[in-house]
Design a protein. Structure first.
Length: 166
């Protein structure tokens, strides 16, 4: 995949994640609170659960594409898209609410959009640099670890603000 193709690929991924993540906000309720759906989409209004809106749509897009896409630093760029996208949610949310003093819906939506775009932008940049085989191998472990953490902390959330529904 050349640079132009990878730019299109990661741009389409960002749009896919924005659309599925936005709709995904409601999937758990629409499913009648199905616990399997709750593993992949928010079960409450906690910041942790909202990180799933970036994580699992991104994982679906990049995981499905991994069956066809070869070359570059695909595993590493996928890990970075997942990690950066999900990690920016609490970072940006707690930053702006610490300044403003409360949550604002328009700002929350902006945090989601910025997080998705940043994750895919970093993925695009890493995909197109010199191949890094060792980091690609480590990234596969990182992806698995992130998914296991999200499943575990959905089922058994720690007693911390990040996991508490307001």
């Amino acid at each position: 995949m050349n640079k132009k193709q990878s730019l299109i690929f990661f741009t389409v991924g960002a749009f896919f994640t924005l659309i599925l993540g936005t709709a995904g906000h409601f999937f758990y309720e629409w499913s009648g609170k199905n616990p399997v759906v709750g593993l992949f989409f928010p079960i409450n209004e906690s910041v942790w659960e909202h990180m799933k809106l970036v994580l699992f749509p991104t994982a679906l897009y990049l995981g499905t594409a991994s069956l066809k896409v070869r070359g570059g630093n695909y595993a590493l760029s996928s890990f970075v898209a997942l990690f950066v996208g999900a990690a920016l949610i609490p970072l940006l949310f707690y930053s702006y609410t610490g300044i403003v003093g409360k949550s604002v819906l328009a700002a929350d939506i902006t945090v989601f959009i910025v997080s998705v775009i940043a994750g895919y932008a970093f993925a695009y940049l890493l995909f197109n640099i010199k191949r890094l085989p060792f980091l690609n191998a480590v990234a596969v472990i990182g992806i698995a670890t992130i998914v296991v953490c999200f499943f575990t902390f959905t089922l058994c959330p720690p007693d911390a603000e990040l996991f508490q529904s307001p």
